[in-house]
Ligand binder design. Sequence first.
Ligand code: GLN
Length: 198
Amino acid sequence: MRAGVLALQGGVVEHLHMLKKAAEKLSINVELIEVRSKSDLEQVDVLVIPGGESTAIYRLSKRLGLIEPLKEKILEGTPTLGTCAGAAALAKQVVDAQSHKEYEPILGVMDVKVIRNYFGRQRESFEADLNINGIGQFRGIFIRAPVIEPLSSSVEVLAKFKDVTVAARQGNVIATSFHPELTSDTRIHQMLFEMVKK
Ligand code: GLN
């Protein structure tokens, strides 16, 4: 099995590490790929779009001609996880919580509205215990985190923090507001591999 992380900007190394650990837990052999080109992308069975800065991820993907190939790869059913800015990259709609500015969607493959920087300045970073559907208790690490608003009934809410959605799934695509790669808990990454097996 080959697991790729979009390696343009953001938490790439952390996700590669988690994918390695998740594969070990499941006793599967995995080859890790840093995705920077169309040919890298073609090889992968599961894909992670890391957190970082969504506008930078957008600019770099566009420059490298990766927008269309990424869309295709995801729409053909590749299990995909987008964390934080990576969640924004997946969304059909992206707005800023403070300025209400609407951004051009990056990949637009998930029926969700991602509201960037939702928790404002005073709570730019925090941790909270979450309860994730199918997983159970999970430590959420939020860094200038967005929230995820489902736009269709095919989006399953996986976790809420207070009254807002912080993890969701639509078919082969999972988005989280928080950073599972900054914990030592590999269960979300394991889900990706388990989706391939099915
Ligand atoms: N606020 C950032 C963005 O929308 C995301 C921050 C993060 O990924 N930790 O680009």
